[in-house]
Design a protein around this ligand. Structure first.
Ligand SMILES: NC(=O)C1=CN([C@@H]2O[C@H](COP(=O)(O)OP(=O)(O)OC[C@H]3O[C@@H](n4cnc5c(N)ncnc54)[C@H](OP(=O)(O)O)[C@@H]3O)[C@@H](O)[C@H]2O)C=CC1
Ligand SMILES: O=C(O)C1=N[C@H](C(=O)O)C[C@H](O)C1
Length: 266
C-alpha cells in the first residue's frame, strides 16, 4: 500500500486537532509534520492532548514542506493564512485539501490557474459534513422551483468569517438555477442596519453567533401558501472527518481545482 504523507496546518485548532486524530487513525495515512504559526521546532507531543505524537512542528510552511515532503497539505486555519498555505503547497507540488473558509472568488480563480500551471489538484470544501453537502444539493434542487429564499446559518461565537463558507456556497449553488429576484417588498426599509441580512443575488443570508452552537444551517423557501425548510446540524467536529478523508483520497487523483465536495461525491 502507498502511504499518503500528510501535513496539517492549524493542528491545535478545533478542526485541526480532529484532523490529527483522523490521520493518526487511518491506515495508509502518515502525519509527517504540522504547521503552527506560534511554535517552531519540537514535537506535537509537547502540546496538551497530543501525547505520544512525535511529529515535528514548523512555523514556516516552506521549511515544513521541504523537510517533510508530504503528498497532501490539510489546511484548517484562517482565510489569509489558508490562501498563503494553499499557494505555497501548490508551488511545492503538494496537493492541498482546504477546509478553511472565507476564500474570495479572486482567490479561487488564482488557485485554479496555479493548479493548471502545476498540473496538480486541490480541493477546497466549505463544508466537509456529508449531510451539509446534501443540504446544499437539496437546496439547489428546490431553488429551481422557489425563487424566494432566506439562508439562516448559525455558528459558535468563535467563528471569524460571516457569512459562513457554507452559506456562501449554498447561495452560489442556488443562484446557478434560481431565476434572479429581489426579494421582499420593493419599498422595504431597514430601521436598524443589517436587519435583512446580507444580500446575494437578492437572496438574504442571516448569520447567528452564539456559544453552545457548533455549525447549523436552515435554507427556507417560500411561495404562495407554503414554505419549505431544509436544515442541517453538525453537533461535533467529528461530523466533518469522513468528508476530509474523501477529499484526501480524491485530491491524489485529480489535476484541477475542485471547489465543493458536491463535485466529487457520487
Ligand atoms: N470545511 C469544513 O467543513 C469546516 C471548516 N471550518 C473552517 O476551518 C477553519 C478553522 O476552524 P476552527 O478549527 O474552528 O478554528 P480554530 O480557531 O479552532 O483553529 C484555527 C487554528 O489555526 C491556527 N492558526 C492561525 N493562524 C495560523 C497561521 N498563521 N499558521 C498556522 N496556524 C494558524 C490557530 O492557532 P492560534 O489559535 O494559536 O492562533 C488555530 O489553532 C475556519 O476557517 C473554519 O471556518 C470549520 C469547520 C468545518
Ligand atoms: O467555522 C466553523 O465552525 C465552520 N465553518 C465552515 C463554514 O464557514 O461554513 C463549515 C461549518 O459550517 C463549520
Amino acid at each position: 500500500m502507498n502511504i499518503v504523507k500528510i501535513v496539517i496546518a492549524g493542528p491545535r485548532g478545533k478542526m485541526g486537532s480532529e484532523a490529527v486524530k483522523l490521520v493518526q487513525e487511518t491506515e495508509g495515512y502518515e502525519l509527517v509534520a504540522v504547521l503552527d504559526h506560534k511554535n517552531d521546532g519540537g514535537m506535537l507531543s509537547e502540546f496538551p492532548g497530543f501525547s505520544g505524537l512525535d511529529i515535528p512542528v514548523f512555523a514556516d510552511i516552506s521549511a515544513c514542506l521541504k523537510a517533510s515532503e508530504p503528498d497532501v497539505l490539510i489546511d484548517l486555519t484562517t482565510p489569509e493564512v489558508g490562501m498563503h498555505h494553499t499557494k505555497t503547497a501548490l508551488q511545492y507540488g503538494v496537493r492541498p485539501v482546504v477546509g478553511t473558509t472565507g476564500f474570495t472568488k479572486e482567490n479561487l480563480k488564482e488557485l485554479e490557474e496555479l493548479c493548471h500551471e502545476k498540473g496538480i489538484g486541490a480541493i477546497i470544501a466549505p463544508n466537509f459534513a456529508l449531510g451539509a453537502v446534501l443540504m446544499m444539493k437539496f437546496s439547489q434542487m428546490a431553488g429551481k422551483y422557489f425563487n424566494d429564499v432566506e439562508i439562516i446559518e448559525m455558528h459558535h461565537d468563535q467563528k471569524l468569517d460571516a457569512p459562513s463558507g457554507t452559506a456562501v456556497k449554498t447561495a452560489e449553488m442556488i443562484a446557478e438555477v434560481r431565476e434572479t429576484k429581489v426579494q421582499g417588498h420593493p419599498n422595504e426599509k431597514e430601521t436598524i442596519e443589517g436587519a435583512r441580512g446580507a444580500d446575494y443575488d437578492g437572496m438574504h443570508i442571516h448569520s447567528v453567533r452564539l456559544p453552545g452552537l457548533i455549525a447549523h444551517q436552515q435554507v427556507m423557501f417560500g411561495a404562495s401558501g407554503q414554505t419549505l425548510t431544509i436544515k442541517h446540524d453538525s453537533y461535533n467536529r467529528a461530523s466533518f472527518m469522513s468528508g476530509v478523508k474523501i477529499a484526501v483520497d480524491t485530491v491524489l487523483k485529480i489535476d484541477t481545482l475542485v471547489y465543493g465536495l458536491e463535485n466529487i461525491i457520487e
